[in-house]
Ligand binder design. Structure first.
Ligand code: NAD
Length: 489
């Protein structure tokens, strides 16, 4: 059974007035079921509950309660892991195979447990020398790290559990309380999490609140409320800008994980055949991943070979029903997103790029919001399809002259989230990596992902880092305290 209620102040509740909206399966276009349609008043009540829990309970200082709360939640999720998997596939269109990895099982292994382990290891206090840098003063001095307070956690629909767990773990480990706002396209998995918190953990009422809502604007309460101390957001750059502007009125910090247009650079000494055998991998989950490399940069001298190798990869790529264990690409999340992707494909054609494979809706999948895996050649980095985040199964192949040119093209983007480099010489790949302005890079197929690995973007891809020590620190405030040094004898 899907959970339909929200979690506010420790209670599982319906929306004010009992309103609900339908959650739709993007692979079948069928209604999965209703879920509470929270209002601004519900959101304000959730903020009040989080504020009260932060200000009046010992949660912020009680390391043991936080550790056990996180581990209880982990165990509760694991007990319903298969139901959660089915729910995730149904509401996000996430391919089953991906739920065994980054969509569910991978974050579930560590996203809560690693922050729980780090509660004791975290440097909560740091002593400064009694004499300051000028050699004067005689105060004992310490820097204290403290929770930041009430954190708004606003998440998107593409990796709904992965992103939520990777925020919730650090937020709670660092002693904060929170209000979670899931995306309207993926409310049931978040609502289930709310029930698990309420029914299977000793996390105090109000520490975690989850408000589902169809209307994005309900989330604005979180950016504008003076009772919220920080907004932690993952989503589009356009929404990130709005949140940052709204948060400015109350001078609250914002932590933004935004879009990407990452480059996959294949250097001229790479094994082109082996590397491009996986070219269609960028269509994983319908290309609905912020860190996917969607610009393939290949040496101009080998351009046509690269196009043919990528073509073979795209033509062999399995996509369709996300419950089919052989596919890695399901539908786009909604008709709106599908049409947006198709609009970009039309624009690519209109601007002179060549469609090598795909380019439309698949005839054999009349139901569901599917888009064909689409490969574009003859792409110039100034074209719209090379500059804007399409969030669809679309790859652009761009030629470059030499390593410097590849670096220039990779950096010629308003984004800087991720990327990949392949070379016959890993030291050469590292040299290129040093010049790329981006938050994460995988060299020669290596995977950097993990709860201990900071993830986030340069430039328009965001502010701050999720995961790793940086992803714990971001949810803390810093207090410097001095007191008279004990007299020396
Ligand atoms: P979105 O920006 O439309 O929505 C994200 C969340 O913000 C949703 O919960 C939405 O309801 C909420 N929201 C929308 N307007 C709001 C407002 N004014 N105030 C408060 N909340 C508001 O993004 P999306 O379409 O759900 O997700 C896709 C985007 O997310 C892509 O751009 C993708 O690159 C990005 N993304 C980034 C990362 C990352 O870590 N950098 C990870 C995944 C997705």
């Amino acid at each position: 059974m899907n959970e339909t209620r929200m979690l506010i102040g420790g209670q599982l509740v319906d929306a004010e007035g009992g309103a609900s909206f339908d959650n739709v399966n993007p692979a079948t276009e069928e209604v999965i079921g209703p879920v509470a349609d929270g209002t601004r008043a519900d959101m304000a009540r959730a903020v009040g509950a989080a504020r009260e829990a932060f200000d009046t309970t010992g949660w912020a200082r009680d390391h043991e309660a936080r550790k056990s709360g996180l581990l209880q939640l982990q165990a509760a999720i694991e007990a319903e892991q298969e139901e959660l998997r089915a729910e995730l596939i149904a509401e996000a269109g996430a391919p089953l195979l991906l739920t065994y990895g980054p969509q569910l099982d991978a974050p579930l292994r560590e996203a809560l447990t690693w922050p729980a382990e780090m509660i004791d290891a975290f440097p909560w206090r740091r002593a400064l020398p009694v004499k300051n840098a000028f050699g004067t003063g005689d105060a004992e001095r310490e820097v204290w790290k403290e929770p930041i307070g009430v954190v708004a956690v606003i998440v998107p629909w593409n990796f709904p559990m992965e992103i939520l767990l990777n925020k919730l773990g650090p937020v709670l480990a660092m002693g904060n309380t929170c209000v979670v706002k899931p995306a309207p396209d993926t409310p049931h998995t978040a609502a289930r999490l709310g029930r698990l918190v309420a029914e299977h953990t000793d996390i105090p009422p109000g520490v975690v609140n989850i408000v589902t809502a169809q209307d994005h604007e309900v989330g604005e309460v979180l950016s504008t409320s003076p009772a919220v101390d920080m907004v932690a957001f993952t989503g589009s750059t356009a929404t990130g800008r709005r949140i940052m502007a709204a948060a400015a009125a109350t001078v609250k910090p914002v932590f933004l994980e935004l879009g990407g247009k990452s480059a996959n650079i294949v250097l001229d000494d790479a094994d082109l055949e082996a590397t491009l055998a996986g070219a269609a991998g960028c269509c994983m989950h319908g290309g609905q991943g912020c860190a996917i490399s969607t610009r393939l940069l290949v040496p101009r001298s080998r351009y046509e070979d690269a196009v043919e190798l990528a073509r073979a990869s795209f033509e062999n790529w399995a996509y369709g029903d996300p419950t089919d264990p052989s596919v890695l690409q399901g539908p786009q999340i909604s008709a709106r997103q599908r049409d947006r992707v198709l609009g970009y494909i039309d624009q690519g054609r209109a601007e002179g790029a060549r469609v090598v494979v795909g380019g439309g809706r698949p005839d054999h999948l009349p139901r569901g919001y599917y888009v064909e895996p689409t490969l574009f050649a003859d792409v110039d980095n100034t074209m719209t399809i090379a500059r804007e985040e399409i969030f669809g199964p679309v790859l652009c192949i761009i030629g470059y002259e030499d390593d410097d040119d590849a670096v220039r093209i990779a950096n010629d983007s308003s984004y800087g989230l991720s990327g990949t480099i392949t070379s016959g010489d890993v030291e050469r790949a590292k040299d290129v990596a040093r010049k790329i302005r981006t938050g994460t890079l995988g060299l020669n197929g290596a995977i950097w992902y993990g709860p201990d690995a900071p993830f986030g973007g340069y430039k328009g891809s965001g502010i701050g880092r999720q995961c790793g020590i940086e992803g714990l620190e971001i949810f803390t405030e810093t207090k410097t305290v001095g007191w008279p040094a004990a007299p020396t004898t």
